[in-house]
Design a protein around this ligand. Sequence first.
Ligand SMILES: *Cc1c(COP(=O)(O)O)cnc(C)c1O
Length: 394
Amino acid sequence: MSDKDYQFNTRAVRAGQVRTAEGEHSEPIFTTSSYVFDSAAQAAARFSGDEAGNIYSRFTNPTVRTFEQRLAALEGGERCVATSSGMAAILSTCLGLLKAGDHIVASQSIFGTTVVMFSQHLAKFGVETTFVSLTDLDAWKNAIQDNTVFLFLETPSNPLGEVADIPKLADVAHERDCLLVVDNCLCTPALQRPLDLGADIVIHSATKFLDGQGRCMGGAIVGKEEIVGKDIYGVVRTCGPSMSPFNAWTFLKGLETLSVRMKAHCENAQQLAEWLDAQPAVTQVYFPGLKTHPQYDIAQSQQSGPGAVLSFELKGGKDAAWTLIDATELLSITANLGDTKTTITHPATTTHGRLTPEQRQEAGISDGLIRIAVGLEDIVDLKADLQRGLDVLS
Ligand SMILES: *Cc1c(COP(=O)(O)O)cnc(C)c1O
């Protein structure tokens, strides 16, 4: 049977493994920078491309390949290319697909560093980006130009959990011969498979839930061989943002438990969101698992779980937010997400601190907003930790 024939959880544990003559049960880490050839003729054939096989670990590495094949099998894509970070995955996609004079349409609710990459670094090379509201289909349509190459989004968005309609946006993109690129970092393939919903490329920061335990940096690009396997792979192999074998191995172990972890993350997040929603000091909770969420139905139709990132607004603005954050003893005050350890952040003064007050208001980041990336601790302790802060406030 090929990996494709197995169910998701089986692929997560088994796909891509090639056992060596040693008969090892767990995947080995191939820490080698280069590979030896049987003869000068074989070396020549490998370099010319006449013979497939390893040459140098910037190009291919068996541990990295196992990770790539396993993630491709989970996302339902033909090809995956692993990178040294999530940003390297986005950059390699851009360098592979774009040239000076091209145009991107991107959601304005994407990872802040991606906004900086598009609007500052790519702009220097003559690539322009138009930012639109994630949920406004007409805005996406109207922003597409003749030189637009792809549409780029994250769903659900971070920190406000807005949900994009992936099938509809795929149609919008394809009508104008554009590609749809989805950063699937917050859901992972355990909850959402954008390629099945019509997207052309899936991006990952493996640093987040794929690792799931806050250990390694990495990224990945998944899609059709013809899209990902040519120019995008060419950029990674030539320009060098390749994944290290050790990190690939760590992510492989992460993928083996992805489904059970995501299920537990979602359950904790759902309980916490409902509990926060009932607190008098909390004016609003942003979480796609709440029935009052404006895109609840879309989330239900394209995600098998709500994810584990939630935000809420406190009466009392920044002072109240900082008071609550500082009253916690268990939660980690850090901006990372996708870890077993629950993290708490004040977006207005950290992740979104470089925006002007007007830009923050437009992005919906109020001074009283707190983001929580829910981990796997016991829900009783998570609630008690936040209760400490709510008690101080009341
Ligand atoms: C963290 C993150 C990235 C960047 O990934 P790195 O591994 O930190 O480079 C990209 N997109 C999203 C949605 C992220 O959360």
